[in-house]
Design a protein around this ligand. Sequence first.
Ligand code: ZN
Length: 73
Amino acid sequence: MLENLGTPEDRTYCIIVRNGLTLSPEDFAIYQEALNDPRWGNVVLAEKLTKLGLKTGKDSLRRHREKMCSCVG
Ligand SMILES: [Zn+2]
């Protein structure tokens, strides 16, 4: 049924999504929740993710959350 879904490489995702693709399903769920949680500011969340081993820039994070990144379009 999903044989034509393709691979993530078929399109250009920004670093925020590419980072997410390296995570385990459990971590990915937490990651998605944090990205969608407006209580997390971009600067603090980027710093925290980077400290936890997921190198994240606050500007990349902001662009992704504002849908101004390469994921869109
Ligand atoms: Zn993005």
